[in-house]
Design a protein around this ligand. Structure first.
Ligand SMILES: Cc1cc2c(cc1C)N(C[C@H](O)[C@H](O)[C@H](O)COP(=O)(O)O)c1[nH]c(=O)[nH]c(=O)c1N2
Length: 237
């Protein structure tokens, strides 16, 4: 794909607004998407549903249209058992000790993964050399390949939501342990380990908010006008 080609009629189409119902559906997916740990039903997700979700992930934006992702679908219970053990080791040996002592009791009561409870797990990886070492858009920000892969995860998460499928991201795992369990080559970065399965109930607010671990920050405090820290134009827009 290197010969120059002019844009033709038909390469562009009307990009009009969504109808009210369509808008509401998209925002509903965004606001009701949750990180799922414990509510998995265990029923198998049919291949065609899974492929719709992965195709949505595959339509995420990516730097230089690099599409650096791969998706490893993990159903084998023995493999998930090994990942679950790696998770428990990481919690006990490192993460728990890093939590401030006053919050350790609360931390221990949090459920932070559904590796075995969900019927399948997906590991999302990033091939950092897929389009050559530094493709279009990466000369100044090489990490944008990883960011692109995170965009794919978000598409996956939202598409799963509209299919009634819950997703939980587990990052309390050493990438090298995952690499060895899943046979991921050295040059491929591990970006996300996801627990995936049908759910019939979900938290209305983030579970970490419900359990008093953190609260949603007011958007107003996070938005600046023109320069960091400035809120000069608020109310006059
Ligand atoms: C990169 C990354 C990594 C993790 C998470 C998310 C993301 C984006 N989250 C989920 C996280 O706790 C959750 O998104 C927030 O608490 C907000 O809740 P909702 O996603 O809105 O339900 C998460 N949750 C969990 O129980 N164990 C984990 O290891 C992680 N790791």
């Amino acid at each position: 794909m290197s010969a120059e080609k002019p844009v033709e009629n038909g390469d562009l189409a009307a990009a009009g607004p969504f109808s009210q119902d369509e808008r509401e559906a998209v925002y509903r997916a965004i606001y009701s998407r949750r990180d799922v740990r414990n509510e998995f039903l265990g029923d198998e997700v049919p291949r065609e549903v899974l492929m719709r979700i992965l195709d949505a992930a595959h339509h995420a934006p990516s730097v230089g249209f690099m599409q650096p992702w791969n998706f490893i679908i993990i159903k084998d219970r023995a493999v998930r058992q090994r990942v679950s053990e790696a998770f428990s080791r990481s919690v006990k040996e490192e993460e728990e000790a890093a939590i401030e002592p006053a919050r350790r009791g609360l931390y221990r009561n949090l459920k932070l993964e559904g590796i075995l409870k969900s019927p399948l797990n997906i590991c999302v990886t990033c091939d950092r050399a897929r389009m050559g070492r530094t493709g279009l858009g990466r000369s100044q920000q090489p990490e944008t390949d990883l960011l692109s892969t995170a965009c794919a995860v978000q598409n996956l998460w939202l598409a799963a939501r509209v299919e009634g499928v819950g997703v939980g991201w587990v990052s309390i795992l050493k990438p090298d342990e995952l690499r060895s369990i899943l046979g991921v080559p050295e040059h491929i970065a591990i970006v996300a380990y996801l627990c995936v399965g049908y759910v019939d109930r979900a938290y209305v607010r983030p579970e970490l908010e419900v359990r008093n671990w953190a609260r949603r920050l007011p958007l107003d405090e996070l938005v600046f006008d023109d320069r960091w820290g400035e809120r000069a134009h608020r109310g006059s827009d």
